[in-house]
Design a protein. Structure first.
Lengths: 92, 265
């Protein structure tokens, strides 16, 4: 019985509608990154601000990149830590 | 009077920009608005043919911009709809015959006389696009439920934003509800999810469009056609009226059943 329903479900996820949606999603991740390097720069600044509450960072070695392969896109950050803080810095 | 300048754009060609511009223009004029349609697709003019006005052109957009004639002389009055005028594109000139500054000046002049100025933008993202959007305060993006068209629409949203034209609205053209239901075409929600912009309207794929284009009569004049109704709804939304969307994506019993059993949407 369950197998019977599963068949329906399977067809739904493999439908060309779903395939199109997924391909489009991925294409746009690539497109949008290429269009706006500013976005990564802004993200870097925000990250720096948040992480600085917890630890001191070597800013010159701080890198944020998108690693693109055929089926996925990953955000890769390389953040050299200078020193850990003892408690959370609540900021101003 | 200060009219609204709205650019109709898409990025990708062949998604129905010109048909959309013609129908929105005719629809607004039917409601009694004064409308000027500008064909900004220099070198590849088409709006005249869609409106059935191809035999009346004497002067064009480039003539006006270059000062070879007065604006009034170049405007063509529509055959059927009162208050609707066309400013045709030049067919023999190059895309760079008009500059963004000249477009801005032209639309400024037209705002004085018309309540709506609709600009039919050329496909692409080069000079012609930049000219067409130069004088606009609003943008309408036309797309179809295909990956290539939606991808280009996404790119256009970014470019409009860079040109400080915010909050464009989307028209999804040529949707085939039955294919969506069968899972063989992206649906309205899929596209809106991905583009994250406001939906202005949905136009079903309708053979009436082909027939009306053959005749040179905007389909919006045909109250019985589904596409005509869809355009009519869009026009009223432009007027600020809250019009519910046509139920093009009514759920089939089988998907409702599936969802109930599997909890899958």
């Amino acid at each position: 019985m369950i197998e019977f329903f599963k068949q329906f479900w399977q067809r739904d996820t493999d439908s060309s509608r779903q395939i199109a949606k997924e391909r489009l999603r991925l294409v746009l991740v690539h497109d949008r990154v290429n269009v706006s390097p500013n976005l990564l720069e802004a993200l870097k600044e925000d990250l720096l601000e948040v992480i600085s509450k917890y630890m001191e960072i070597e800013e010159t070695g701080f890198e944020v990149n998108l690693d693109k392969s055929e089926n996925s896109v990953a955000l890769i950050a390389n953040i050299p830590v200078k020193r850990m803080k003892r408690a959370i810095d609540q900021g101003q | 009077m200060a009219g609204r300048v709205i650019v109709v754009t898409s990025g990708k060609g062949g998604v129905g920009k010109t048909t959309t511009a013609a129908n929105l223009g005719a629809g607004l004029a039917l409601l009694g608005r004064t409308v000027c349609l500008i064909d900004a697709d220099i070198g590849l003019r088409n709006l005249d043919v869609v409106l059935g006005l191809e035999n009346r052109i004497v002067y064009d957009l480039t003539d006006v911009v270059e000062g070879s004639c007065r604006l009034r002389q170049a405007l063509i009055r529509d055959k059927r709809t009162e208050n609707l005028f066309l400013l045709p594109a030049a067919q023999t000139k190059e895309k760079d015959a008009v500059a963004p500054d000249q477009m801005r000046k032209l639309t400024l002049e037209l705002r004085e006389e018309f309540e709506y100025i609709l600009v039919d933008c050329p496909a692409g993202i080069e000079r012609g696009f930049k000219n067409a959007i130069a004088g606009a305060d609003e943008a309408i993006i036309v797309t179809t439920p295909e990956i290539a068209a939606v991808r280009d629409a996404d790119r256009i949203i970014g470019l409009l934003e860079a040109a400080e034209l915010y909050n464009p609205r989307l028209i999804i053209n040529r949707i085939r509800p039955q294919m969506v239901r069968k899972g063989d075409m992206m649906g309205i929600d899929d596209i809106i999810d991905i583009l994250a912009i406001e939906l202005l309207g949905v136009v079903p794929d309708d053979e009436d469009i082909i027939v009306s284009t053959n005749r040179g009569e905007p389909v919006v004049l045909d109250r019985r056609s589904r596409a005509g109704q869809a355009y009519n709804n869009i026009v009223r939304r432009l007027e600020g009226i809250d019009v519910p969307f046509l139920s093009l994506e009514e759920e089939s019993w089988i998907s409702r059943f599936k969802r109930a059993i599997m909890g899958h949407s």
